[in-house]
Design a protein around this ligand. Structure first.
Ligand code: SAH
Length: 363
């Protein structure tokens, strides 16, 4: 198995690309080259199940494994994209060990949907880069391929919580999900995939349509709320000025929840900004009509952060208050903080948005 996969062994790369395609699309594209369905399917299965990249017809984009940083059992890794001046563009992904239900140890893979991000959230490292580019379905699926077949790890869950706003690149994200759930491919249940958004309402509606399709009912939606009211949210997340919390909640109420599933509400707890008991009460009131689980994320300081991380006592107090109000609440760990692999810490400090005087200042 190559340590540099996914790397093509097909010298002329004339055939269909295998990484961003469902098995159905791959079989169809291979047929135009005269390749029988059985052969195309068996190559597809061998590729996704065994990581076999030996072939003489399909095309594979060069995405060499770059840096690997390890903190405990958390692994952050990058994949290089393109050639020439684009060469320093890299995807960033994080494999995180989790304690599964029934105490079993599982692994969650956090993938990027973009390099950089256009959303400009004040607390997030990735926002400091601005948007560099969207990733294709293939480049998203490659992150899973690298975790599974280059690092050799089992991946139980996938969360779109790496670099980027998935709703800003929704068609490629959906394309990737179709591949990740493909029964001839990675075969990951949609209930084990979570898309996290700043709360782009058009994207939430688009996802509602996907969730209505068979096989996708249990896909999870996570929303980064991060504030108890519009005033605080406007200051932290520019998206809120276009789509405020009332509009957001309406869109969330319209999102179809199947079976026992619930929305996942993310709340980054930032000292002195959104962490008081009063903030907690107002948040819980806003959450009242939603079937949701609240995930409190202790703020991970980004580079040049104006705020420190919250202390244990304030995280605990906030969570206990929400729980006492009847809100199901969990705490998210801070794994990978020391290697800048924790939530909101992905991004290449060498690629920073050009600062314009008087603008882009951390508030
Ligand atoms: N753009 C998407 C997904 C990427 S961020 C979104 O906003 O949801 C994934 C999660 O990390 C979000 O909930 C975000 O609010 C959170 N986050 C961002 N910066 C953080 C930081 N510095 N510390 C802790 N969590 C952070």
């Amino acid at each position: 198995m190559s340590s540099k996969a996914p790397v093509s062994t097909n010298p002329d790369e004339s055939g269909p690309a295998i990484l961003g395609m469902t098995s159905e699309a791959f079989v169809e594209a291979s047929a135009t080259l005269g390749i029988p369905k059985v052969d195309a399917l068996s190559a597809y299965r061998a590729f996704y199940r065994q990581g076999s990249i030996t072939n003489d017809w399909f095309a594979l984009e060069e995405m060499p494994m770059g840096r690997r940083e390890i903190e405990g059992e958390t692994i952050k890794f990058t994949l290089g994209l393109g050639a020439g001046p684009e060469r320093r563009h890299e995807t960033e992904s994080v494999l995180i060990p989790m304690q599964g239900r029934s105490g079993r140890r599982t692994r969650t893979l956090c993938v990027s949907s973009q390099i950089g991000c256009a959303m400009g959230c004040k607390f997030c490292e990735t926002a400091q880069m601005g948007l560099v580019r969207n990733l294709s379905s293939a480049q998203i699926v490659a992150q899973w391929f690298a975790a599974r077949h280059v690092l050799g790890e089992e991946v139980n869950n996938i969360v779109f919580m790496g670099m980027g706003e998935p709703m800003d690149n929704i068609e490629e994200v959906i394309g990737a999900i179709r591949v990740l759930t493909d029964h001839n491919g990675p075969s990951i249940a949609s209930s084990r995939i979570t898309i996290s958004t700043v709360g782009r309402i058009d994207g939430i509606r688009r996802l509602s349509k996907l969730v209505a399709e068979d096989g996708f009912h249990r896909l999870n939606l996570a929303i980064s709320v991060n504030a108890p009211d519009d005033g605080i949210r406007n200051a932290l997340m520019p998206i809120n000025r276009a789509m405020n919390m009332d509009a957001l909640r309406e869109a969330l109420q319209a999102f179809p929840l199947h079976g026992g599933s619930a929305l996942l509400i993310e709340y980054v707890l930032i000292p002195g900004v959104n962490d008081s008991l009063e903030h907690c009460d107002r948040l819980c009131e806003w959450l009242e009509p939603l079937r949701c689980s609240l995930n409190v994320i202790p703020y991970n300081p980004r580079r040049d952060s104006p705020w420190p991380a919250p202390d244990e006592v304030s995280v605990d107090t906030f969570i206990r208050r929400a729980t006492a109000r009847g809100q199901f609440t969990k705490r998210r760990g801070t794994k990978g903080r020391d290697v800048m692999a924790a939530c909101g810490q992905l991004g290449n400090p060498e690629i920073r948005r050009k600062r314009r005087p008087g603008r882009d200042r951390a508030s």
